[in-house]
Write a protein that binds this ligand. Structure first.
Ligand code: ATP
Ligand code: MG
Ligand code: FE
Length: 362
């Protein structure tokens, strides 16, 4: 499966092989980051992103095919991100995918970018469905029950900002570059967050929702008032712990809820080294899953609840096309292909198919 990803500021192409029993191998994964194009503006400029995708998609795709060492004849399909994201960029990759599909008479699979993140852990390990997923990225923060492509239920979501957005905005207030998450993580290494008392949102609430806007506002104000590098490092550490804490507290609730509903069907984690599958499994994915403190905090919550824990390899946490190719391949195996006039969708909820099928499910 050839995968194409152009929904934000990465132009990416990848070839992934999926065996009939569901084992994925990444044959190539090429990512061209536009960070330098946007750095001067402190964030992604949609028009610049779309133009850059137009310039890069051809070469990036050619490199992905060359590195995979296969010709177009060896492909079974083309998967392209069709949303959600910046619509100008999405249209570039989706149109390019349609052109390849038409020229080579291949099925087109229009992939939801979030579904790509949702399956991304399967690029590094033969993870079996179902699992509980925490999807934490630049634009989303959701807890999902994942039974397979096109079969997910959202248990909770942020009521305001995404965790990655909080990282980026607070990092900007601290004078760090874009994207802010990795820079803030680095600064936090030399900090001690205990001298800051940041707001804690939604504590003890019975749902699985998130909120980061209070933290974002409070920390941004404190950031501007910092006078020394040490104070800035201390604040970065406090912010990272606060985000980690909220992610783990909300996940704790979802893990308990998930275990309660599925306990009869799920086994306890197997000893290390044994194949993963049909057990209590907690997966974290998306750009923020690259954060080491957050990974270890979530791993501890999983262990406390008797769940195995898995995160994608670092390279597949932030945006890439391998996850799009894999979601496309899994869809093709289920016979879920798209029409050649599939539309680019700036907004596209992940559990839409389920929501449409079940009017009682919102
Ligand atoms: P979405 O997937 O919601 O459409 P996106 O594609 O822009 O948004 P991703 O590429 O998955 O998001 O992730 C980017 C986000 O991850 C940014 O907000 C970035 O700051 C954050 N991020 C990346 N690395 C780290 C890190 N080490 N620590 C914290 N945050 C990080
Ligand atoms: Mg990006
Ligand atoms: Fe993403």
């Amino acid at each position: 499966m050839l995968g194409l990803e152009t929904s934000c500021d990465e132009t990416a192409a990848s070839v992934v092989r999926l065996t009939p029993d569901g084992v994925a191998t990444v044959l190539s994964s090429v990512v061209h980051s536009q960070i330098d194009d946007h750095a001067a503006y402190g964030g992604v400029v949609p028009e610049i992103a779309a133009r850059s995708h137009v310039e890069m998609i051809d070469g990036v795709t050619r490199r992905a095919m060359e590195q995979a060492g296969i010709g177009y004849d060896a492909l079974d399909g083309v998967a392209a991100t069709a949303g959600p994201g910046l619509v100008g960029g999405v249209m570039v990759g989706l149109s390019f995918g349609k052109a390849v599909a038409l020229a080579r008479d291949l099925p087109l699979i229009a992939v939801n970018h979030l579904e790509g993140h949702a399956v991304s852990a399967r690029l590094g390990a033969p993870v079996q469905y179902p699992f509980l997923l925490l999807l934490v990225s630049g634009g989303h923060c959701q807890l999902l029950e994942v039974r397979g492509v096109g079969d997910m239920t959202r248990l909770g979501t942020t009521i305001d900002d995404a965790a990655g957005e909080a990282f980026d905005k607070i990092a900007k207030a601290l004078g760090l570059g874009y994207p802010g998450g990795p820079a803030l993580e680095k600064l936090a290494e030399s900090g001690d967050g205990s001298r800051f008392d940041l707001p804690r949102a939604l504590l003890g609430r019975k749902d699985c929702d998130f909120s980061f806007s209070g933290l974002k506002t409070a920390a941004s104000r404190l950031a501007v008032a910092c006078e020394t590098d040490q104070q800035r490092a201390d604040l970065a550490d406090a912010v990272q712990s606060a985000i980690a804490r909220q992610l783990s507290e909300r996940s704790d609730r979802a893990l308990k809820d998930y275990a309660e509903r599925h306990d009869a069907a799920l086994k306890q984690p197997r000893p290390a080294g044994e194949a993963i599958g049909q057990e209590r499994l907690f997966v974290v994915a998306g750009g923020v899953a690259a954060n080491k403190t957050i990974r270890s905090t979530l791993e501890a919550v999983a262990a406390k609840n008797g769940f195995a824990f898995l995160a994608p390899p670092m390279a597949y946490c932030t945006d890439n096309a391998a996850m799009i190719a894999l979601a496309g391949a899994e869809r093709l195996q289920k016979g879920m292909t798209s029409d050649i006039d599939a539309a680019a969708r700036p907004r596209w909820p992940l559990d839409e198919e389920k929501a449409l099928a079940d009017p009682a499910h919102k």
